[in-house]
Ligand binder design. Sequence first.
Ligand code: GH3
Ligand code: MG
Ligand code: MG
Ligand code: MG
Length: 301
Amino acid sequence: MNPQNGHFTLLIVDDDKHNRLLLTELFEGEYKIIQAKNGLQALERARAHAPDLILLDVLMPEMDGMAVIRALKRDDATRHIPVIFITALDSAADEELGLDLGAVDYIAKPFHPPIARVRVRNHLQIVHQRRLLEQIAALDGLTGIPNRRRFDEALAQEWSRCQRSGLPLSLIVADVDQFKQYNDTLGHAAGDRVLQDVAAALRQAARRPGDLAARYGGEEFVLLLPETDAPQAQLLADELLQRMATRKLPHPAASGAPCVTLSLGGITTIPASNEVAPDFFERADAALYQAKAQGRNRWCW
Ligand code: GH3
Ligand code: MG
Ligand code: MG
Ligand code: MG
């Protein structure tokens, strides 16, 4: 998202209709605008619409702006949303309090509209940059698929989701067979291209919404499959092995098939309340070890 292209949403909070109108007119050319006329409505709309920035009045009956920002910062769903106070309260103490409660900026009324516009734009630029960084931090540099950090988060999330829903969760751990020999004979750069190819095959296999293909590290990959029972996940495992066979990436030093193959370890469970996600992963890894021991290019569950 680019701050100039109108994809950002601002929540304007003010008890005074005239002020809401003024601010809306100032920003509606650049951003999507949502309004709230009191503190409670502000909290509800911040949760419902996840705006990119909140312009917050301080003096409001019932719940004032300071109480609103405290509530926003207590809530996981809203604490990351930057807040700018726009207020007639112009003492240094008020400004200090507002910033101390986590506002990113404080604009005293009466304000110069062009300055308010630029301040908002600058803060949205920071939002934009932070999101880019978050995206990059979740991706593996070589293959472009999600990395282990992202997978660990997703596993924790899906684990508790399936604990609540009672639906099965499946996990496949994939490891490239005899990859050391591959690197040793064809070189590390060729090995890197194989990893990119494997990542592409995994991405194709993880095609339903909610499925996650990630590079766990080195030549190990994972496929997290929420709400998927064992027969469904084993079908996907077959498909993944088949996809690799179809790709026919030559592996001159392989002891079995002369192509790059994968071994897969799978596990399916309905997470019980006394089980933890790391044990789940260990069990998939144990199945992978079995697949290796049984001759590679296969899955074990
Ligand atoms: P096995 O069939 O038992 O899995 O044997 P293997 O040779 O694949 O297993 P091993 O763990 O001995 O070797 C893994 C190799 O993966 C060694 C390492 O150099 C290579 N590797 C790990 N990360 C990368 C990478 O990013 N790029 C390349 N080219 N090679 C990598
Ligand atoms: Mg007011
Ligand atoms: Mg390995
Ligand atoms: Mg290997």
